[in-house]
Design a binder for this molecule. Structure first.
Ligand SMILES: Cc1cc2nc3c(=O)[nH]c(=O)nc-3n(C[C@H](O)[C@H](O)[C@H](O)COP(=O)(O)OP(=O)(O)OC[C@H]3O[C@@H](n4cnc5c(N)ncnc54)[C@H](O)[C@@H]3O)c2cc1C
Length: 457
């Protein structure tokens, strides 16, 4: 077995860390740690070995789209970028240099972008890149606080390394697929149709329910059958958990499968008729204020545009505004609320930090953001400094950390940054101005803490 530690020829008296994975998060973490004066050994298995989705020998490869999504200052992901720029993000700086026209989105020339980052990392005198696969975590990495390790090996982490992480955290805390159901803005529901009820419950109920009659149900089933699906990648051979099947797979098994699964109507009488409908779609609150709801059991690989079209056929969802659409991906990630703390440090192994998509965030920007924080925190630990307060929950970074550490563990699924992860607003703001208001508050809050403690470490 090759472990990072065994091959670390980098002996020095300077504070030092090891990073495994030279993707977006790993490069950003290395850059941030080096900026604080820490030596970094960065292990990247390319070009000796490639994951099924990677194919460039450069570091920081964008495996699919060349877009970092919206750069609009009033969007959650735009805000996250603004905060990252304040922390001198290497990835954001490179994205600005190699930007290509893409409307409000920040998209890049991926080759030049990755080549530039590779040159920056390799040219940094404090960073040593070792092109080698790490097969398992260094044996004492959890306890060695003077030489912390950051694991940033991404959603397609190699099997033996994932196994090694699993033996530290417990294998049941590690997932290899995410199955995400759509999330809807509650204000966009038609409340004259949707009704509150919990199954077999006399009380007011915790779920919002969208009732269907027989015609509506079969019309819907047909639409799911006909809808366009996202083709599976070669490494995504369907190996679904029975309890978490995509709705289109359930429909393939029979016209009534959904009625015996997530669309089961029994015990949910409609207030208008006093009878159970023919089928029901249940919506469950995403936050305490129920400002967003998820479609229970509606994980799917329908394309995004087809999800919007087909799900708006559901009574009560005709005008639904989707905050997030459903998906199912190959994705290695940990059950963050059980495994890590707000410093991205493994609770059971404080010398080990996680960064990137492995932590349970979703997306290029979010993964990079978790690289910034992990890099700064690990460097601070290596330097013998105490870790200072992390970004507060009303900032984009803080909202992501809150999702990772404060979600009910058994319901934890990876998430993009979105305003639903932020604390409830304390005053009423017109919907169209909310993004801008939140962004202003976040940047203020971010700056206050950043200035008062000279950064987040
Ligand atoms: C197929 C696919 C498509 C995606 N498309 C998008 C998209 O379009 N937009 C978006 O926002 N997000 C997308 N994501 C999600 C996610 O944002 C990206 O995967 C992102 O690159 C994650 O960043 P990361 O740094 O955590 O991991 P990565 O960027 O994957 O970096 C991990 C690095 O670790 C290396 N590595 C892995 N195992 C080892 C090992 N054992 N030893 C040494 N090195 C190792 C890998 O070679 C890789 O370079 C996609 C994910 C997948 C799997």
């Amino acid at each position: 077995m090759v472990s990072a530690e065994q091959n670390d020829s980098h002996h020095s008296v300077k504070p030092s860390i090891t990073i495994i994975g030279g993707g977006l998060a790993g490069c950003e973490a290395a850059w941030q740690a080096a900026a604080l004066g820490c030596e970094v050994t960065l292990y990247e298995m390319k070009p000796k070995r490639f994951s099924p989705a990677h194919n460039s020998s450069s570091l920081a490869e964008l495996v699919c789209s060349n877009s970092f999504r919206s750069d609009a200052p009033d969007s959650a992901v735009g805000l996250l970028k603004a905060e990252m720029r304040r922390m001198d993000s290497l990835i954001m700086a490179a994205a600005n240099i190699f930007r290509v026209p893409a409307g409000k989105a920040l998209a890049v020339d991926r080759e030049k972008f990755a080549q530039h980052i590779t040159a920056q990392i390799k040219g940094n005198p404090l960073i040593t890149v070792v092109n080698q696969e790490v097969e398992c975590l260094p044996e004492d990495c959890g306890n060695n606080l003077s030489h912390p390790v950051i694991l940033a090996s991404g959603p397609l982490t190699t099997d033996t390394l994932a196994e090694s992480l699993g033996s530290l955290t417990g294998q049941d805390q590690l997932s290899f697929y995410d199955a995400i159901a759509p999330i809807i803005d509650t204000e966009s529901l038609d409340r004259s149709i949707v009704y509150l009820a919990s199954r077999y419950d006399d009380g007011p109920g915790d779920y919002l329910n969208c009732p269907m009659d027989k015609d509506q149900y079969f019309h819907f089933i047909q639409a799911v059958k006909d809808a366009q699906k996202v083709p599976l990648k070669s490494f995504e051979k369907p190996k679904y958990f029975e309890g978490c099947l995509p709705i289109e797979v359930m429909v393939e098994r029979g016209d009534n499968t959904l009625r015996f699964g997530p669309m089961k109507p029994v015990g949910l009488p409609e207030p208008r008729t006093g009878r159970d409908p023919y089928a029901v779609i249940q919506l469950r609150a995403e936050d305490a204020a129920c400002s967003q709801v998820n479609m229970v059991g509606f994980q799917t690989k329908l394309t995004y545009s087809e999800q919007k079209r087909v799900f708006r056929m559901i009574p009560g969802l005709e005008q639904a505004e989707f905050v997030r659409l459903g998906s199912i991906h190959r994705n290695t990630f940990i059950c963050a609320p059980e495994v890590i703390n707000e410093f991205l440090q493994v609770k059971a192994a404080p010398g080990l930090f996680l960064a990137g998509q492995l932590t349970g965030v979703e997306g290029y920007v979010e993964s990079t953001a978790m690289g910034i924080l992990a890099g700064r925190n690990a460097a601070a630990l290596a330097m013998g400094r105490s870790l200072s307060a992390p970004p507060p929950p009303d900032t984009a970074h803080g909202a992501l950390l809150r999702h990772l550490t404060n979600t009910v563990a058994k319901r934890f699924q990876p998430s993009n940054v979105n305003f639903g992860l932020f604390p409830q607003l304390t005053k009423k703001i017109p919907k169209r101005q909310r993004g801008e208001y939140r962004a202003q508050q976040a940047l203020q809050s971010f700056s206050n803490l950043w200035d008062s403690q000279e950064g987040f470490t």
